[in-house]
Design a protein around this ligand. Structure first.
Ligand SMILES: [Cu+2]
Length: 137
């Protein structure tokens, strides 16, 4: 019951923030959508792609039925295979946004090249992870 009241409070805040939230959401482009048994994970950014240097992004978690999913602690790490060298590993800083299931991240790539991306989460609805690749231009 407490949880329901909290959710309603958040919805009220979102309705109050209405226009600004809608404008931001409309500007984001989906880079990747991954479905697991328990969650749908969407990676989004303003440009729809990552580049060498600093990038900002949004991760959105929803349940298989489309409801926002509190994913708890979320991490995103990337790895790039480098011939004759150890893989190049770059991690992101990820923190929860105000909206449930929404996380804001920054990541700083030292160079371009395709990254293997791992997103992991550990929250009230369970833990999980998903892997996919993203080109860095
Ligand atoms: Cu590299």
């Amino acid at each position: 019951m407490t949880r329901l009241i909290v959710v309603m409070g958040v919805v009220g805040t979102l309705v109050g923030a209405g226009l600004a939230t809608t404008a931001l959401a409309a500007e984001l482009k989906v880079m990747q959508t991954q479905k697991t048994k328990d969650a749908v994970v969407a990676l989004k950014s303003e440009t729809g792609q990552w580049k060498s240097g600093k990038n900002t992004f949004v991760l959105e978690f929803t349940s298989p039925s489309g409801q926002p999913l509190d994913a708890g602690k979320v991490t995103l790490s990337t790895s790039m295979a480098m011939p004759g060298m150890a893989p190049m590993v770059t991690g992101a800083a990820v923190s929860p946004d105000k909206a449930p299931g929404r996380y804001l991240g920054t990541i700083d790539f030292p160079d371009s090249g395709t990254r293997q991306v791992t997103v992991s989460w550990d929250g009230p609805a369970g833990k999980g992870s998903t892997k996919f690749s993203v080109p860095v231009r």
